[in-house]
Structure formats: structure tokens, C-alpha cells
Design a protein around this ligand. Structure first.
Ligand code: ADP
Ligand code: MG
Length: 481
């Protein structure tokens, strides 16, 4: 058999770190980057006698997520203890949800080169994160940092609905966009706020029986997820074709070597001795709370994309690019608002083209843009009212980006005002025509291309400031007439 006679089956477990101020069961701050163990209370340290208190904000965020994917919200759910020992888990158990997740069902739509698909979500449950073991700080000793212990996570488990690495990444990206749009996660992949375990198996095409899966743990980059899954599919196919079995196990992806390595054999749920945590009351989510959250829901990425296409008349690709990133959405909407009647398509083009290009070259994030939405709106207003041509607008944009001041001041200081005065343009054109008798003869003899020569001469004489539309029109009249 060859690789294309196999079908891969992929299910993802995504850990979304919720953007609460304090931890899920203690009052410690969740801010990233503090000195080790500065954000670890007695509870986070697992001290005897401490009791957890549930952070209501984490519950509200989970409910918002559930509503956004069209899931069932459990009217009542319990927290369970998942028992295992690890130095960065001082209590000896993780508080999670097992039989009763807060969110069940729902789905997320993805688009790949092979079309649009809906990926089903099995469940999403609340849990606490563990601390961190640091093995390279002291020689011969491991260090434990419990700042992260107790940080709220929403673990979102998908059905095994994906079949290619590209689909898995599209799902992960759609999830990333969604949780940032809902403002329940900062989405910072480097800091581990959004991580993914990929379950991968293969089966002969046409078969409906699931193969044995391997789980690749803890990846925090879209590119690595794609590569790790791709690698894992090949590894499994290779094993099966050479008569070996796929072992159910947990594997780690090594991005340097682009390979996955066995970490441990897969533990079963029974191993964890789950039981309801006696320290916590069942969580009840009533209709009143659900309605309250529903009314406060922001516009979701898919609805926004449809609105951008249908109402603002953006192209499909522009709408997709903008709605993919909540920062871009905020910038775009702020520019439209500041600009009053600017054509949305022009605004979108400038943001996705000039602005993003300049930000990329300067290695700046959207939030750090030196050009504010109001400034961009002012600039586009000057293009719209004819003060600037598109080309001059780009020069003003560069000056704005370089911090040279406000739009009108830049136009004055640099003398960039577009010349739209028809008598001034006519005078220049007359001069150009008078001094180019050969070209005039060529043009009138049928060489239409020579027209561009005249346009070039006029623009040169006006230092690029003549209104290009007017130049074209007047030149045509004079040369053809
Ligand atoms: P666990 O918590 O032990 O990892 P789950 O049954 O909750 O197990 O499954 C975890 C993930 O693995 C889910 O996303 C699910 O869709 C996926 N999955 C289950 N079976 C397979 C399989 N045979 N191949 C690929 N993915 C699978
Ligand atoms: Mg798992």
C-alpha cells in the first residue's frame, strides 16, 4: 500500500488559558513573568487546611465559549480530583472536570484548500494548570515554580473529525481566533496561553474502524502542530506497512529533529482514580446567567466575516484576513468610525497592505502601530477628497509612520498637495506636447503606447503631484482632439 491508500484520523485537545485576573481557586495573580513562586498562595502550594474557592469569572468565560460554539451548557456540573503525583503538583491531584464537563457538544467551522467543514467539539471542561519544573537552573537539582499552578484552563476536546494536518491547523487557528474574539484568552502561544495535544491514528481508506492512536503532547505553535502530525502519520503508516503495530502512547514532538519520540505508555482514566472533589460545591449555571452572558457576547468571527462581505462589500479574502485577528478588527472598525464615510474596501486595503507591510518591516505588533486609526482615517479622507493621489497618500503614510506629525501638517510641510487645478495641469500638458513633436507624431500615427510617455512627462514636471485622472483625461483630449 502507498501513503495515499491510508486515511489519517486526528482529534485535538486544546488548552485555552483563561484570561482571569486571579487563579481558578485562589486569589493569586495570573500575570505572566513574575519572579518564581511570587504568585503562589498557600492554596497553590498545596498546604493542608486550605480550601479552594471557585472563580466565577472562569465559569462565565467557559459559558461564553460554549454559547459561541452552539454547545450545551450543563445546568449543574462538578469538579473532580485527578490524582497523580508530580513535583509541580503539590496537592497530589489536579482539580478538573471528568464526568460532568461544563460544556458539551457544539462545533467549529473551518476552511481549508479542500473546502469548508464543520468540526465537532466533544466537550470543554474547566481545570487548573500545574506549576513548572525547571531542570536547567541548578546543577544536579530541579527547581519548582508554582506561579502557574492554579491558572484556569478550558480544555476543549474535539471529535476525531480531522483527516489532514492542514485541517488540524485550520481548526486550531479558528479556535485561536474565537477565544481571542471572545476575549477569554490572550492567545499568546509563546507564553503557553494556547497549547494543543494532537491525537493521531491511521486506517486504510474506506475503513470506518478507528486505528490505535498516539497522542503528541503540548505543542504551542501552529507550524509545529502541522509538522508533528504530518510526521506522525508517516511514522504510523510506515510501521503498519512493515508489519509492526502502532502502540497507544504519549509522544513528544522534537522540533529540532522534526520527529516524535515516545514519552510514556498511555495511562487510562482508571489510573487517575477520579472522584468528585469534596471541597467544592457543584457549579450551577442558570438561565439568567446564560442570558446575561449571551447579551454581552461580541460579534463572532464568522458572523463578522459574513457582514464584512455582504454589507461592507469586502472581498472574501480581505474579510477573512481581517476577522482572523481581533487586533485587526479593532483597528479596522476604529478607522471606519473615525473616517465617517470612507469606503470600507479602501480602508481594508490600506490596513492589509500599507499598514501591515510597514508594521512587518518594523517588526511591530498592531497595538504598537505608530499610525493611529484616526490618523489613517484623516489620510484616507485626503485621498478621498482629492487633496492627495493614491501615490502621494503613500508618501504621507510613510511620513506618518515615521512620526512626522499629523496628516495635514505633513502635506503642507512636504508640499505634497495634489494639483487638481485644471488650468495649471493644462499649462504643463501644453508645454510637454509642444516640446515633444516626435512623440506626438508617433502617437497620432497609431502608436498608442506613446501615451504613457506623455503621462510620465507631465507627472515628472509636477513632481508627481498632478491629479493622475485629470492628466489622463486632458492629455487624451489634447492629443486625440
Ligand atoms: P484521553 O483523555 O485519554 O486523551 P479521549 O477519549 O478524551 O482520551 O480522547 C482524546 C482525543 O483523542 C479526542 O480529541 C478524540 O477525538 C481523539 N481520539 C480518540 N480516538 C482517536 C483515534 N483512534 N484516532 C485519533 N484521535 C482519536
Ligand atoms: Mg488526552
Amino acid at each position: 500500500m502507498s501513503i495515499d491508500q491510508w486515511e489519517a484520523v486526528i482529534g485535538l485537545e486544546i488548552h485555552v488559558q483563561l484570561k482571569t485576573e486571579s487563579k481558578i481557586f485562589s486569589g493569586s495573580s495570573t500575570a505572566y513573568g513574575a519572579d518564581p513562586n511570587r504568585q503562589a498562595s498557600a492554596l497553590d502550594l498545596g498546604m493542608p487546611g486550605t480550601l479552594p474557592v471557585l472563580n466565577g469569572e472562569a465559569v462565565r468565560m467557559a459559558v461564553a465559549f460554549g454559547l459561541a460554539i452552539g454547545a450545551q451548557i450543563a445546568p449543574s456540573c462538578v469538579f473532580a480530583r485527578k490524582n497523580y503525583f508530580y513535583p509541580d503538583l503539590p496537592k497530589g491531584y489536579q482539580i478538573s472536570q471528568y464526568e460532568d464537563p461544563i460544556v458539551a457538544g457544539g462545533s467549529l467551522d473551518i476552511v481549508t484548500d479542500s473546502g469548508a467543514r464543520s468540526i465537532r467539539v466533544t466537550r470543554a471542561h474547566l481545570e487548573e494548570d500545574a506549576g513548572k519544573s525547571i531542570h536547567d537552573l541548578f546543577r544536579g537539582h530541579s527547581a519548582i515554580d508554582l506561579n502557574r499552578a492554579g491558572t484556569p484552563l478550558l480544555e476543549v476536546v474535539s471529535e476525531p473529525d480531522m483527516h489532514t494536518p492542514a485541517e488540524a491547523v485550520a481548526y486550531m487557528k479558528a479556535m485561536h481566533t474565537l477565544v481571542r474574539s471572545l476575549d477569554i484568552c490572550d492567545g499568546n502561544l509563546q507564553e503557553g496561553s494556547f497549547r494543543c495535544d494532537a491525537n493521531v491514528s491511521v486506517r486504510p481508506k474506506g475503513s470506518s474502524k478507528l486505528g490505535t492512536r498516539a497522542e503528541i503532547k503540548n505543542m504551542n505553535s501552529f507550524r509545529f502542530v502541522e509538522r508533528a502530525i504530518d510526521h506522525e502519520i508517516h511514522r504510523q503508516v510506515h510501521r503498519l506497512e512493515s508489519g509492526q503495530e502502532v502502540v497507544q502512547e504519549t509522544r513528544l514532538y522534537d522540533s529540532d529533529k522534526n520527529e516524535t519520540r515516545s514519552m510514556r505508555s498511555k495511562e487510562e482514566a482508571e489510573d487517575y482514580r477520579y472522584f468528585p472533589d469534596p471541597d467544592l460545591l457543584p457549579v450551577t449555571v442558570d438561565e439568567v446567567l446564560i442570558d446575561e452572558i449571551r447579551v454581552q457576547m461580541p460579534e463572532l468571527p464568522q458572523a463578522r466575516r459574513a457582514r464584512y462581505e455582504n454589507e461592507l462589500k469586502l472581498g472574501a479574502e480581505e474579510a477573512l484576513q481581517l476577522t482572523d485577528d481581533p487586533e485587526l478588527v479593532a483597528y479596522f472598525e476604529a478607522t471606519l468610525e473615525a473616517g465617517g464615510k470612507l469606503p470600507p474596501k479602501r480602508v481594508a486595503n490600506w490596513i492589509l497592505g500599507e499598514l501591515q507591510g510597514a508594521l512587518n518591516r518594523a517588526d511591530l505588533a498592531m497595538e504598537a502601530s505608530p499610525v493611529s486609526p484616526t490618523q489613517l482615517a484623516d489620510l484616507l479622507g485626503r485621498v478621498e477628497d482629492g487633496t492627495l493621489s493614491g501615490k502621494l497618500g503613500k508618501q504621507v503614510f510613510e511620513a506618518l509612520f515615521a512620526g512626522e506629525g499629523e496628516v495635514d501638517a505633513i502635506i503642507e510641510a512636504r508640499g505634497l498637495r495634489q494639483i487638481s487645478d485644471s488650468s495649471a495641469i493644462e499649462a504643463v500638458i501644453d508645454e510637454v506636447i509642444a516640446s515633444s513633436p516626435d512623440q506626438v507624431a508617433q502617437y497620432r500615427g497609431g502608436e498608442a503606447k506613446v501615451f504613457n510617455y506623455f503621462v510620465g512627462q507631465v507627472m515628472k514636471a509636477t513632481r508627481g503631484q498632478a491629479n493622475p485622472g485629470q492628466v489622463q483625461k486632458t492629455l487624451k483630449e489634447k492629443l486625440d482632439g
